[in-house]
Design a protein around this ligand. Structure first.
Ligand code: CDP
Ligand code: CDP
Length: 223
């Protein structure tokens, strides 16, 4: 019997469009490594803030980015990025990181510092026997894995997305982050040509997942 293919699924979209919730379910259903690149940008932001490295200071940024070591630990099916051996804390979902993350993420040196690490998650997935990986973020289908087997772009009405975040009990500057993420020069948030665009505004999470799973199952039977 031929070996099952290793598949890469890219899911991009704005804040609270449903990327994390849907990728976690897909990872479970198809036995994939789940990679939340937003958590990487958040963790790096928390680290730079803790080191008092300003986004406006390119020399200090280069020095800090060149000095840190990025490794991966698995948390269930999810890839957890360690900075100098340390996992992210709860502060990566807090107000300070929310307010700064898109500013750091707009800096090319910050994006390059994470580029090879993100692509390297394929090796992590293969080393742990996963059948593929599902990676979510803003530039996965456009920059990180433009040749991914499946590329989805989720979007939803901003009012609905704000309601979803509030229902989770989290305060977030969704509109401001979307504005910054969409308008930056390097790797802006955009639906790449050829990606499957899904408007999740009036869909349940289950409906969104089923739509993606139907497509994926044409290449990879559920685990
Ligand atoms: O969960 P939510 O969609 O609100 O945000 P996230 O995925 O945790 O990402 C936090 C921030 O990281 C985004 O607003 C972007 O500024 C940045 N990011 C990025 O620039 N590129 C990615 N591939 C992932 C996140
Ligand atoms: O990762 P991202 O910021 O794109 O979104 P998320 O963290 O998955 O949060 C989306 C929230 O909206 C979760 O509480 C989901 O249960 C909910 N939701 C959804 O993701 N998709 C829908 N179609 C409806 C609700």
């Amino acid at each position: 019997m031929p070996a099952a293919p290793f598949i890469i699924i890219a899911i991009d979209g704005g804040a609270a469009s449903g990327k994390s919730s849907s990728s976690k379910i897909l990872a479970e259903r198809f036995n994939l490594l789940h990679v939340d690149t937003g958590s990487f940008y958040r963790h790096l932001t928390a680290e730079l803030l803790a080191r008092q490295v300003a986004a406006s200071d390119p020399d200090a940024l280069q020095a800090a980015l060149g000095a840190i070591q990025l490794t991966t630990r698995l948390d269930g099916r999810s890839a957890c990025m360690l900075i100098d051996g340390r996992p992210a804390g709860d502060e990566i979902r807090g107000a300070e990181v929310n307010a700064h993350v898109s500013h750091y993420a707009a800096i090319p040196a910050v994006r390059s510092a994470l580029l090879a690490y993100q692509r390297g998650q394929v090796d992590v997935a293969q080393a742990h026997g996963f059948r593929g990986l599902v990676m979510e973020g803003r530039d996965i289908g456009s920059v990180i894995f433009p040749a991914a087997d499946f590329r989805f772009f989720l979007h939803a009405d901003p009012v609905e997305r704000a309601k979803r975040r509030a229902a989770e009990g989290r305060q977030d500057s969704i509109t401001e982050r979307d504005r910054l993420d969409s308008s930056r020069k390097t790797s802006p948030l955009t639906c790449p040509v050829g990606a499957t665009d899904i408007d999740t505004t009036d869909l349940t999470l289950e409906q969104v997942v089923n739509r993606m799973a139907e497509a994926i199952a044409t290449k990879l039977p559920p685990a």
